[in-house]
Design a protein around this ligand. Structure first.
Ligand code: FES
Ligand SMILES: [Fe+2]
Length: 333
């Protein structure tokens, strides 16, 4: 039987995880956390290098050091390491001295940049990062929310983000008031690689954000298409299309399991109706209010894991979150 999904499930090491915004990695090393382990990131010769954040000499944090001549320099005794993790200079031994073979940095993780984030995979990844076509859609522009640290697991956050039965109960202070409590039957479509899925859900909502409603040109009750795209382990995009109002709003979330109990959320909104800074600020404030409603539930959940096979009751309204459990069960196996 599959183990529950936790933030430190060993199977998660074989997949990609965001660890920081790429634009924030400049000319100093940075310490990041994943599953409770610490890594150091540094741009050496223009390329991102990642190592366990521990010097092989006396275990100092390399992230407290600096970058000199495109080498990572330890803050304690000044040993220098190149992008392959090889020690190239030990100041106490002078120029040209032979360095001991044990002076190498611990094996690196896989690393890549995507969606303005730096991603690492501690072991060979079994799947790619979800493709989000909205990211390169020239009709949409992106606004990042500030990062949010949550006292819940990444799996629990994805489970909540995919779920649309909670809207009229949790989001009473934002968009949920008056939303239909009934969930019509819907299909879950696997992605080509079988490590993700999409759900298209057509329904009607009261569109208070449409200026043409006040002008009497559009009805308040309008058709909306919600499209969920999920990719293992913790990437999700929710695209909302309101064709009458010509509004498209995609919300992309990327989760970093910091340790067994906490998770960092990177969230970007991709919309076609950002006109100025005020409209961006308003969207961020509104999305923060929505997220705060979700976090109020998530941080009070019973435990820090998701049972993947037995232990929870499901209905046909939960088809997408059941599929999420199936995929994660395969990943952890
Ligand atoms: S602890 Fe890093 S050089 Fe000594
Ligand atoms: Fe929610």
């Amino acid at each position: 039987m599959a183990s529950p999904l936790r933030n430190d499930s060993p199977g998660l090491r074989q997949s990609w995880h965001p660890v920081m915004r790429a634009s924030e990695l400049t000319d100093v090393p940075v310490r990041v956390e994943l599953f409770g382990d610490a890594w150091v990131l540094a741009r050496l010769h223009g390329v991102i290098s990642v190592f366990v954040d521990k010097c092989p000499h006396r275990n100092a944090r390399l992230s407290d050091g600096c970058i000199v001549r495109d080498q990572l320099q330890c803050p304690y005794h000044g040993w220098e390491f190149n992008s392959a993790g090889t020690c190239t200079h030990i100041p106490a031994l002078g120029e040209g001295a032979t360095v001991p073979p044990t002076s190498r940095l611990q094996p690196s993780a896989h690393v890549q940049e995507k969606y303005d984030l730096i991603w690492i995979a501690p072991e060979n990844p079994v799947c790619d990062i979800l493709d989000i076509p909205e990211w390169s859609d020239p009709t949409l522009s992106a606004v990042w929310m500030p990062c949010i640290d949550i006292k819940a697991t990444a799996g629990q956050f994805i489970d909540n983000f995919l779920d649309f039965g909670h809207f009229p109960f949790v989001h009473t202070g934002t968009f949920g008031a008056g939303e239909d409590e009934n969930i019509a039957p819907y299909e879950v479509q696997s992605t080509m690689d079988n490590w993700g899925f999409t759900v298209d859900y057509h329904h009607f909502i009261n569109n208070h954000e449409d200026p043409l409603v006040a002008a009497g040109e559009n009805p308040l009750l309008q058709p909306r298409v919600m499209k969920y795209s999920f990719g293992a382990p913790f990437v999700c995009c929710l695209r909302l299309d309101l064709p009458l109002a010509n509004q498209t709003n995609a919300i992309a979330i990327f989760l970093q399991p910091l340790d067994a109990h906490s998770t960092r959320l990177y969230c970007a909104m991709l919309r076609n109706d950002f006109t100025d800074q005020a409209s961006r600020d308003a969207a961020v404030a509104y999305e923060l209010a929505v997220l705060t409603e979700d976090i109020g539930i998530l941080e009070h959940l019973w435990d820090n894991e998701i049972p993947l096979e037995v232990g929870q009751a499901h209905t046909r309204a939960d088809r997408n979150t059941v599929e999420f459990r199936r995929i994660m069960s395969r990943l952890l196996a």
